[in-house]
Write a protein of this length. Structure first.
Length: 404
């Protein structure tokens, strides 16, 4: 690589991500960790719809392309992915021509974004591809199309050639890694670096956030994250409506989502007779979200079952485990394989099953110490303090002479 073994100059690294940099904790955490490790880091990302971000954030030089994401169908996504690929490639090539990069860390989606690093590879640099999710499973799940569909097969092809082009691939969990290996990728080429549940700054005191948001007294369930159909809050609401009235359970919903969908959820709560027990607090900071989650009586994570969620590891599980909250989660393949008996499980999409598990968890809080300890031990493996050395060892390996 350009830096060479034993070089004293500061290694230069580019981060490329089809995301709004300031709102993506995985991208920011990894980039800022590189700055702390002595790298000079440039990040290329989307421009937020509400205007440009600062040019320097946490020691990272930020370059935003003039493109904002809009929701749509397959063709809309394909257009946006292609436009970002072209624009980011131009920005990267221009920066590289001025002062060459040693490494490009490309975040997917889309997988083919890895090829924006071609100029860097041609001059002896390396490309690291970071798969946040598995693209074939995303297409199959979001658009409800079979694995035999031409779109899914095309996604699998692009995933394979993109991974083989990259010098190394990191994935967000071992479920995605298993899927890649099943599709023929070499095990030595893929490393799991989880999205950890830590890394936020000091969180507000729970009593302060409770007072500010007027959080009701009594047993509490907290959803803090994206608000979309895949999170299956409908099943949660129907389950809460089935709980005995004396349980007094309230639900806090914090996060961002399509306004029309959020309204539909509110209307559903009203129809179920629990409208007064569901509080939508809107988007909150990561620190405020963790403070809210610390108020939860039990850690509830809901998801629909589909090819994507069967591979998923929601970071909220790790966060609730670290907060020592008894876990109630969907019985999805990778989640259940990983947590084993560290959680209670309900059948995805089954409100009766979820209601039964919620009731059992609420009445048996005092007898769940064993599962709490098991969940904490399992999830501690994914904390940033353990993931960061894994990531740094990959960077160091890519700086070696064999990387190119």
């Amino acid at each position: 690589m350009p830096s060479g073994v034993g070089s004293t100059r500061v290694p230069r690294l580019a981060v490329v991500a089809y995301t709004e940099y300031l709102r993506d904790p995985r991208v920011r955490r990894e980039a800022e960790s590189l700055v702390e490790a002595g790298y000079l880091v440039h990040a290329i990302a989307l421009r937020p719809r509400d205007g440009r971000s600062p040019a320097h954030v946490g020691g990272v030089h930020l370059h935003e392309v003039p493109l904002s994401v809009r929701r749509g169908g397959k063709l809309r996504y394909a257009y946006q992915y292609l436009m970002f690929f072209l624009l980011s490639t131009i920005v990267l090539a221009r920066l590289h021509s001025r002062r060459p990069f040693d490494l490009v860390h490309v975040h997917s989606l889309p997988d083919f974004q890895a090829f924006c690093g071609l100029p860097v590879r041609m001059t002896g640099g390396a490309v690291l591809l970071d798969l946040h999710e598995a693209m074939p499973e995303i297409l199959a799940s979001r658009f409800r199309i079979p694995a035999s569909s031409v779109w899914v097969r095309l996604a699998a092809f692009l995933e394979r050639v993109s991974c083989e082009f990259a010098n190394h691939v990191i994935v967000a969990n071992d479920g995605i890694r298993a899927a890649l290996l099943a599709r023929g990728l070499n095990a030595d080429h893929v490393t799991a670096v989880y999205n950890p549940g830590d890394g936020a700054g000091p969180i507000p005191k729970p009593e302060e956030i409770a007072r500010a948001l007027r959080v009701p007294q009594g047993p509490l369930i907290v959803h803090a994250g994206g608000i979309n159909p895949e999170r299956d809050l409908e099943t949660l609401f129907r389950a809460v409506a089935q709980l005995p009235a004396v349980s007094g359970v309230n639900v806090i919903v914090a996060g961002d989502g399509d306004p029309s969908y959020v309204r539909e959820l509110g209307q559903l709560a009203d129809r179920l007779g629990i409208g007064s027990r569901v509080l939508f607090v809107g988007n909150v900071s990561r620190e405020e979200a963790l403070s809210l989650m610390s108020l939860a009586t039990i850690g509830v994570v809901t998801l629909k079952a589909n090819p994507l969620t069967e591979l998923a590891w929601p970071s909220r599980i790790t966060e609730f485990a670290r907060l020592r909250k008894p876990l109630v989660v969907p019985r999805l393949r990778f989640v259940s394989e990983t947590l084993a008996d560290g959680a209670r499980y309900y059948r995805p999409g089954d409100a009766d099953s979820l209601a039964a598990e919620l009731h059992s968890a609420l009445v048996g809080l005092g007898s769940m110490e064993s599962s709490l300890a098991k969940a904490d031990a399992i999830c501690s493996r994914f904390e940033w303090s353990r993931m960061r050395p894994v990531l740094m060892s990959i960077y160091k390996a890519l700086e070696g002479p064999s990387a190119s």
